[in-house]
Design a binder for this molecule. Structure first.
Ligand code: 5CA
Length: 429
């Protein structure tokens, strides 16, 4: 992509309405624009990142045996009456009527709809277990949307739903999702700590929230220092982990039997990027989701649901990866891997080196953004640091005369003078 023709409206000023770094940086780096309170347009740069995150989430869901489908954003009130949640959900649900006066809503979550689909299409225990998921926009009319995409009204969620014959099966599905979450967040460069949580409006008794630790997090978290080590593993023994104290503020109590003494208790703030629930037959019972069991008698299926805040993750990653000049994308989610900075557009030698590097990187399948604009070097450096691509390949007249370019690592700040060939080789071209 050539920056001269890329739709990237960066901002020099710090937007007054943004209170936290990720919100400020997403506006300044031309990733999002607000369209109404808590509702955003994703500009090309933001959209690229969102899709990368979505893809990692998808790959790990698929690897864990979940199957992707796509449910609509708009739902009928009827199924929510069946589960009893239509009235219970309150003002957070955006409700409206269609031209035939049918009551509709913009889905805040999908337990009802997936239970209906399951009920109407699965008849035998032989088809179990099933984990189905989709990645779809949700709407919750939050009282206080804030921090940009962190607490939006419209937001992108991955939500999975598991169906099992009995509790043992449901716990296996829950554990599979739990482990998939640890891998998912790790691939994005995040440490997300699983916390025993409160089940809120979803209901149920086995539930964990996954929190990225950050000072600007909205939740208080309290956990045993031994927990870090256990949770850093790729796959955990859920029962072993569950004996250790790790809770969100709603659940914290210094009098709990396994609450460690103050010197072993970590107190931090976290951003909730995922939330998983086992809720048994809460929805299947209310909505009649039954299958024929091995002996032919109908069995009400055991369910769980598993959410990831895909759009919130964009903000959470920036909270974890930025400095005072801008974003520092982890490579796995970076919108482009490398930015080429032409310090003297119009200079024949610089243009040749940059065009050649651009062509070779592109041909090697490496995502590259080429700053070919006719701008001052200072502007180009500032923009490149702001948008935070992991690598910068800088070509100026002095170096180019000696066949050299500079390769800068945005994370470490390390700069190296290299021949063009070596620089391209470092980048994988
Ligand atoms: N049905 C269940 C699991 S599929 C559910 O809705 N869980 S949830 O309410 O906890 O939401 C799942 C995830 O969506 C949360 O962990 C959070 O990361 C994200 N999320 C929830 N509300 C918002 C919001 N207003 N803005 C951005 N992300 C949100």
């Amino acid at each position: 992509m050539r920056l001269s023709s890329y739709f990237l409206p960066t901002l020099k000023e710090i937007p007054a309405e943004a209170q936290i770094a990720s919100h400020r940086l997403m506006l300044r780096a031309g990733m999002i624009r607000q369209s109404a309170s808590g509702i955003y347009t994703w500009l090309p740069m933001g959209w690229r990142v969102l899709r990368k995150i979505e893809q990692i989430v998808r790959e790990e869901q698929d690897a864990a045996g979940a199957q992707e489908l796509l449910m609509p954003t708009i739902q009928s009130a009827e199924i929510w009456r069946e589960s009893g949640r239509y009235d219970a959900y309150g003002k957070e649900m955006l409700r409206f009527t269609d031209r035939h006066d049918r009551e509709m809503l913009y889905g805040p979550t999908n337990e009802e709809l997936i239970t209906q689909i399951f009920r109407d299409n699965v008849k035998s225990y032989r088809e179990l277990p099933r984990i189905l998921y989709h990645i779809q926009w949700k709407f919750r009319d939050e009282v206080r949307p804030r921090f940009g995409v962190m607490r939006g009204r419209e937001f992108l969620m991955k939500d999975s739903y598991s169906f099992d014959l009995d509790y043992e099966g449901a716990k296996r599905s829950y554990t599979a999702m739990f482990n998939a979450y640890l891998r998912t967040f790790k691939r994005m460069g995040l440490t997300a700590v699983p916390m025993a949580a409160d089940s809120g409006a979803i209901g149920g008794n086995l539930t964990h929230e996954f929190h990225v630790l950050a000072e600007t997090g909205e939740s208080g978290v309290y956990y045993d220092v031994a927990y870090d080590e256990l949770a850093a593993k790729d796959a955990i023994d859920l029962d072993a982990l569950s004996t250790l104290y790790a809770v969100t503020d709603e659940k914290h109590s210094p009098d709990a039997p396994n609450c460690p003494p103050p010197d072993r208790l970590k107190v931090a703030r976290g951003i909730e990027v995922g939330h998983i629930f086992y809720f048994g037959t809460k929805y299947s019972e209310a909505m009649g989701a039954r299958v024929a069991g091995p002996d032919g008698t109908p069995v009400t299926v055991e369910m769980g649901s598993y959410g990831i805040g895909v759009s919130r993750l964009v903000g959470a990653i920036i909270e974890a990866y930025h400095d005072d000049r801008g974003i520092k994308w982890p490579e796995a989610v970076a919108p482009f891997k490398v930015g080429i900075v032409n310090l003297k557009t119009g200079d024949a030698a610089c243009d040749t080196v940059c065009e050649d590097a651009y062509a070779k990187l592109s041909a090697a399948g490496i995502e590259v953004l080429y700053d070919d604009r006719d701008e001052r070097a200072g502007v180009k450096f500032a923009d490149m640091d702001l948008i935070g691509l992991p690598w910068q390949l800088v070509a100026g007249p002095k170096g180019v005369a000696q066949g050299l370019v500079e390769l800068k690592n945005r994370h470490t700040g390390e700069k190296q003078e290299l021949s063009v060939e070596s620089a391209l080789a470092r980048l994988g071209a």
